[in-house]
Design a binder for this molecule. Structure first.
Ligand code: BT5
Length: 277
């Protein structure tokens, strides 16, 4: 990949729209690009634009978010050095299929990051990008009438010292893991290309389960599932065609469509291959 050179604008930004668009190899994703050096949340701005008719594929990119959001109103820390962006999509798929969208996106991003860096990035069901079990990024899917906004946050050149202590304990960045900075512009171009391909396959209804399993950081491991109604433990067995996590407890197999997962410890001596759809 391209090395990081001194490609800085007057304000110290790494992003130059003209150069970015010239090197972008997508048909639609990112062709309409809204860049802000600083914004509350790219998801909020993308939602506003989606409501006002922004075309599918619109990307909202910011260098710093002051009110970055995670799921369930949690905060997403977004200092300079990360890739913080949102896509406006208008998928014409059955609402039931939308639950799989964050996995589709997470796998496409993981694939792009692997190709660009060679690092063994995985997806921790349902929406985390992880590297050696530490959180490298997250996906936030928000659904409105006639639009879906997909927010993607990746700790690219973020020094861990820029994250608060509690986040630092479980997070990582490419800078921290690889020991050198990565060109965010080339990374974003690659992510958009991979996303465009996966999104097209998803819209055609193609099975993407093989990839979900191959990228999963959870299969074969002992996990704790946290649900609003309580927690339970079991072994993560599979991801089903709808994108639900299948967990074997002592008594039964349970399908989990949404929730929080923690790895408890590895199940010794068991191997679960990721074959078949
Ligand atoms: C997510 O939420 O992982 C979704 C994050 C989506 C962020 C993108 S950035 C562009 C777009 N605009 C937005 O406003 N959001 C999207 P969740 O699974 O709820 O995880 C949130 C938790 O991750 C927090 O409670 C922290 O513990 C942790 N966290 C916060 N900032 C982090 C960071 N930079 N790196 C790693 N972990 C972080």
């Amino acid at each position: 990949m391209r090395a990081v050179q001194e490609k800085k604008s007057a304000r110290g930004s790494w992003f130059l729209a003209e150069r970015f668009l010239q090197g972008l190899q997508t048909v639609a994703l990112g062709r309409n690009l809204v860049y802000r050096e600083r914004v509350g949340s790219t998801n909020d701005l993308a939602r506003e634009l989606a409501e006002r008719g922004a075309p599918e594929g619109t990307v909202v990119l910011a260098e710093v978010q002051t009110r970055g959001r995670g799921r369930l109103g949690r905060r997403w820390r977004s200092p300079r050095g990360g890739l913080w962006f949102s896509l406006v999509l208008r998928p014409d798929v059955a609402p039931a299929l939308l639950s799989g969208l964050s996995l589709v996106v997470a796998c496409a991003v993981a694939r792009a990051l692997r190709e660009e860096t060679g690092a063994p990035i995985q997806v921790r069901w349902p929406n985390d990008l992880v590297l050696h079990d530490r959180k490298l990024g997250g996906i936030l899917v928000e659904v409105g009438t006639g639009w879906v906004v997909v927010g993607i946050g990746i700790n690219v050149n973020v020094p861990l010292a820029k994250l608060p202590r509690d986040v630092r304990e479980t997070a990582t960045s490419l800078l921290e893991s690889l020991g050198h900075p990565v060109d965010p512009e080339a990374l974003l171009q690659r992510v958009l290309v991979e996303l465009e391909g996966s999104y097209a396959a998803y819209r055609r209804g193609e099975p993407l389960r093989r990839e979900w399993r191959a990228f999963s950081s959870l299969l074969g491991r002992r996990v704790q599932i946290l649900l609003p109604e309580g927690a339970f433990e079991g072994e993560a067995m599979d991801i089903d065609p709808d994108g639900a996590l299948v967990v074997r407890t002592q008594r039964e197999l349970r399908r989990v469509l949404a929730g929080e997962v923690k790895v408890v410890r590895d199940v010794a001596g068991e191997h679960h291959g990721g074959s078949g759809d």
